[in-house]
Design a protein around this ligand. Structure first.
Ligand code: GLN
Length: 459
């Protein structure tokens, strides 16, 4: 990570980043660029350096913020019409921690509205283009953040991962993307999608940068009672010997390039003395179904606050309060948001609660147990992130089920609360990035990042 010091000024770093952001404007990466404020912040850092004062670990480092993190810099829209015009009075804890160390947010990045999606095509502002092929999707929901890092505009970007939204776009664009253990980083000040699976994480180009960011952003926060103690900075490195691969994920529905990449990495691991263990995890085949019941249920509840009175957009010309709510929500949400609100309310309604929500909650428990059992047999698991590399723009956007199937291999980690790191693992014959993910037990985040070095591209 390039940090401002006596040789490189913070002004220079952010000017370069802003220039690149403008050069790549047609990729539709940013929902907001922070041009004026950033130069002022950079100058302050340069002045401190000139005076010989101590600066933070991220002094002058330009970064991009997924547009579902609250901060008073620019509107926080979550790429949804219903939040347009909303400027937050509060700042997310993760943002505060990064900025206390001197990081400078140059812009907010595009996402599927409210992070519902796997391609960034559900954004009110239109899709972000893939960094390696402009006819393909960026992945999602954190598509803008992944592309901003892949194209070298910023050193790092933030993301949220409720069911794969960091790992899948990271793998579609050939960068690192970490979904930490649930509760590792505070969710305070981040637009809620599904509170029991939402995780905050990062996109970087190296494992070293990922480690640095985690050491800064993780830890207990009194504003988010689900945060864990600061284990990240206190864990000892564990010796890794056995790597599991999941039998259920090795089948014809997974792209051959991806299966080959996984095999290649397994050979590399064996040649380095690691043991490969085959795992049976039969409950995982129900993970997607359970996810698409539990998550919409939480979405329906979390999105009920957007009523046209408290935040952002309000539909005019409504007669009475009920019509104001209905019109605002109808005009302000994207079709995918509405679909999830309807599914969520349906699975929670009396008469269907037992058949759907309760069943899904039981499946979730089985998945938690299955991971616990798996980690009694191996230290980490290596799997694909998604069944295919980046697909064509428009290919799945009108077929919700095809889009949901994208999340087949990513959602079980969120249901179980375990960490997963997407790593670049080569390219397809046509040059599209391939990603794999390393999955670990809860609280193994630091070891996971260190272990990724063994699997580095050039290794
Ligand atoms: N693609 C998944 C979904 O649509 C995950 C989204 C996310 O992690 N925010 O729910």
């Amino acid at each position: 990570m390039k940090i401002a010091n006596s040789k490189v000024s913070a002004v220079r770093l952010v000017e370069d980043a802003l220039k690149k952001a403008h050069d790549f404007e047609d990729y539709n990466i940013f929902t907001f660029l922070n041009d004026e404020v950033v130069l002022k912040k950079a100058r302050e850092i340069d002045e401190k350096i000139a005076r010989g004062e101590k600066v933070g670990k991220l002094a002058g480092v330009p970064y991009a913020l997924k547009d579902n993190f609250l901060s008073p810099d620019g509107e926080t829209t979550a790429s949804a019409h219903i939040l347009q015009g909303f400027t937050s009075p509060v700042t997310a804890t993760a943002v505060t921690k990064l900025e206390e160390e001197g990081a400078i947010m140059i812009g907010r990045t595009n996402l599927d509205a409210f992070a519902h999606g796997s391609s960034t095509e559900n954004s009110y502002f239109g899709p972000t283009l893939n960094s390696h092929d402009r006819e393909r999707v960026a992945g999602g929901s954190s598509g803008g953040s992944a592309v901003a890092v892949a194209l070298g505009i910023v050193e790092f970007a933030t993301g949220t991962d409720t069911g794969g939204s960091i790992r899948q776009p990271a793998s579609f664009n050939g960068v690192y993307g970490l979904k930490p253990t649930y509760g590792c980083i505070s969710r305070y000040g981040v637009v809620a999608m599904a509170s029991s699976t939402d995780c905050i994480g990062f996109f970087t180009k190296s494992t070293e940068d990922m480690d640095l960011l985690m050491s800064i952003a993780s830890g207990k926060d009194s504003k988010d009672l689900t945060t864990l103690d600061d284990y990240y900075n206190n864990n000892e490195t564990k010796k890794v010997k056995k790597i599991g691969v999941i039998k259920e994920f090795d089948n014809e529905s997974v792209d051959k390039n991806i299966r080959d990449a996984l095999k290649k990495k397994c050979e590399l691991l064996k040649s380095r003395g690691y043991e490969i263990v085959e795992l049976d995890m039969p409950a995982l085949k129900y993970a997607l179904a359970a996810y698409y019941i539990i998550v919409p249920a939480e979405i329906a509840s979390n999105l009920s606050r957007y009523d046209g009175v408290r935040y952002g957009f309000r539909s005019e010309n409504s007669k009475g309060l009920n019509e104001l709510y209905a019109n605002t929500r109808d005009e302000g949400f994207m079709p995918e948001n509405k679909r999830r609100i309807m599914i969520g309310n349906f699975v929670l309604s009396s008469g269907f609660y037992d058949a759907y929500f309760l069943k899904a909650a039981k499946v979730r428990t089985l998945i938690v147990k299955e991971y616990e059992e798996a980690f009694s047999k191996c230290d980490f698991i290596l799997t694909p992130v998604s069944p295919n590399p980046a697909f064509k723009l428009g290919e799945k956007v009108d077929d919700p089920v095809a889009m949901y199937l994208e999340d087949l291999m990513s959602v079980s980690l969120n249901l179980a609360g375990v960490p997963g790191l997407a790593i670049p693992a080569g390219k397809t014959a046509s040059g599209l990035p391939i990603g794999l993910q390393i999955v670990g037990p809860r609280r193994s985040d630091k070891n996971l990042i260190e272990f990724a070095n063994v699997l580095k591209e050039e290794a």
